[in-house]
Ligand binder design. Structure first.
Ligand code: FEO
Length: 387
């Protein structure tokens, strides 16, 4: 794992996890994930969050190494989700004089996860409270529902460092060479996407701070061009499309709907649409399909009818969009059914239940395989989407 430099006195002690099969038991992370943790060295020493229990020994070893014989005075807990809070009891038992610093909601949750005596060990902070470490001063800001109710962020005033909890995190271990946006978007939309309003509230608080460095709990420490990252968060949390483009999301049983939609993708490209992204929902990464639906301004859903309902991967896709507050897009629907097509009506009901979704054309109905009439309907559908 490569060295991560924050500043001379703020030291990175996080760990990469490249063996995890599914993050949160649901997200593929082909390049792993990092659980970030930091130690602030000063007259008093603060450890900023712990890590997932999957890396306990490695993390405790790193903390011990940077402490160089000293003991930490504080553990600041910004977030109680186990990928960050998983080692609270371990470090609390290792350093019995260390105090735990966090807000009231965290201290309510702690005994639900752990079984150790908190008597005399907690320092409860409220919105805007500060804690001096010597040269460094920590200031605490509550970040409810970003993306748990107890979440908070910590701003270090002397070096202008924001410890942003899950905010500005991404999938991918730290030695992964990849652009930030794609895996940060897939992380944000799928994990925090439901809570756009709460993220906007946190960004408003952050706008009042002079921030030089962002230290998230996943992914790289951000030191340059912070406006770029904040801009992406402003867009994602407002549910506005990031750019022009069409996502074609397809749920096909025997391949006929898939073939029709592949031809539809070619129609769109021939008509001059620059960004068309196709997803076979039965096979492609669902989290990526959801993330891409947020990225672009138009969405086409195409599904076979199955047991008088939707083919399950389309149901799953639309369910996720609904619970992640998908909105503000143009959309179109294509259904297939060999004897009693029902998918179109069901997809329409999903989309009509979301805010500001504009259906650009009537449902196109394919009966088993695409007919010449269907081709004409899909040409018209492409024109309507591109109008
Ligand atoms: Fe990375 Fe909400 O935990």
């Amino acid at each position: 794992m490569k060295d991560v430099i924050v500043t001379d006195s703020i030291l990175y002690v996080g760990c990469d996890d490249k063996d995890i099969d599914l993050f949160e038991s649901q997200y593929h992370v082909p390049n792993g994930v990092s659980y970030n943790s930091y130690v602030i060295m000063d007259e008093k020493i603060a450890v900023m969050d712990t890590t997932d229990p999957r890396v306990t020994e490695e993390w405790l070893g790193k903390v011990e190494k940077v402490l160089n014989g000293r003991t930490p005075d504080y553990l600041v807990i910004n977030h109680m989700e186990p990928d960050h809070a998983g080692n609270i009891q371990k470090i609390a038992e290792k350093y019995p004089d260390m105090k735990l610093v966090s807000n009231a909601k965290v201290f309510t949750m702690l005994p639900q996860f752990f079984d150790f005596d908190l008597t005399g060990r907690t320092v409860e902070v409220k919105e805007g409270d500060t804690l001096s470490l010597g040269v460094h001063t920590l200031q605490f800001f509550l970040a409810p529902m970003v993306h748990w109710p107890e979440a908070m962020v910590t701003y270090e005033q002397s070096e202008k460092v924001l410890f942003s909890a899950d905010g500005f995190g991404k999938f991918g271990a730290l030695d992964t060479e990849e652009a930030w946006a794609d895996e940060a978007r897939r992380y944000f939309i799928n994990i925090v996407g439901k809570y756009g309003a709460q993220v906007q509230a946190l960004l408003k608080k952050a706008a009042t701070l002079d921030i030089a460095i962002i230290c998230p709990l996943h992914g790289p420490v951000l030191k340059e061009d912070l406006g770029y990252y904040i801009g992406k968060y402003l867009t994602w949390s407002s549910y506005e499309p990031e750019e022009k483009g069409i996502v074609v999301a397809c749920a096909s049983i025997h391949g006929n709907t898939r073939r029709a939609m592949k031809q539809f993708v070619e129609m769109l490209k021939e008509k001059g649409e620059e960004h068309v992204v196709f997803f076979d929902l039965a096979r492609d990464d669902m989290a990526e399909a959801i993330s891409c639906a947020y990225r672009y301004d138009r969405l086409v859903v195409a599904s076979s009818t199955y047991d008088a309902s939707l083919f399950p991967c389309m149901e799953d896709f639309l369910y996720h969009l609904k619970i992640k507050n998908f909105q503000k897009r143009k959309a179109a629907i294509v259904e297939n059914g060999s004897w009693a097509p029902a998918a179109g009506k069901l997809m329409k009901a999903y989309l009509e239940g979301m805010k500001q979704i504009e259906l650009v054309a009537p449902v196109v109905t394919i009966k088993s395989t695409m007919s010449e009439k269907n081709k004409e309907e899909l040409e018209a559908l492409a024109d309507a989407l591109m109008a």
